[in-house]
Design a binder for this molecule. Sequence first.
Ligand SMILES: [Zn+2]
Length: 257
Amino acid sequence: MSQSRRKCKVCSKLFVIPIDSRNRLSPRQTCSYDCSIVLRDTNKKEWTKEEIQFIHDYANCLPSAVFYRDFKKATNKSGKSGRSFDAFKSKVNELGYTLTPVYNYIKLSDVAKKLDISKERVWYWVKRGLRVQYRCKAKYRYVTLGAIKTFAKTKPHFFWGIPHYKLYALIGDADLAEHIAMKYTKRPYCIAKPRRIICLETNKIYDSLKKAADANFLQITSIYKSAKLKKPTCGLNFRYYDDLKFLRGGHSSASGQ
Ligand SMILES: [Zn+2]
């Protein structure tokens, strides 16, 4: 049985073509591992100055997906074929950067790490108006440092108890960081006076939301929603007693005139 041979693309030696698992000839182009490395290196596309400059300009500033997308846009203009994400990533690492944005965009979890607070607290800020700038496919959320800064300006009480040097390191505004650290040392704590609740169906008056909830075997939040949105819950209508009293007082004075 004659073995078929092929010419090595690098050193032009004839080599026996190996048979693969499906009994077919392997597509190998080179005689040895060393030759295959040489072939791979010659096939490599050289990185242009533009491409490298783009990486230098934008590295560590953008979330990885945005960075790669913009990179492709910028380099495809000059008529070059695109590079794979892996190639791009390894080049970025080779130039001494990482794909994690450090300067402008920042992951929510990194905000928590940098300020030494819980992730949940930062999530709560997002609910309360901290603007998320970008959400990547892996569901990481990114905010800009500017967004954090404006949030700190408008709602400084959310930043209670954070040491000023940590806040300064993140938002880069010494005065604001100092002001927040001086003024908001403790968690803002407001114990609201319990408001009386009245059930419209039974005309019973309860001293607080909790008592109304316990007496009717309901959740506190459902009583609260019923009173706030003026809608029934489980067939019962709950209202704040003071609101109702005020309304009734208004009506009686109007009818008296
Ligand atoms: Zn060879």
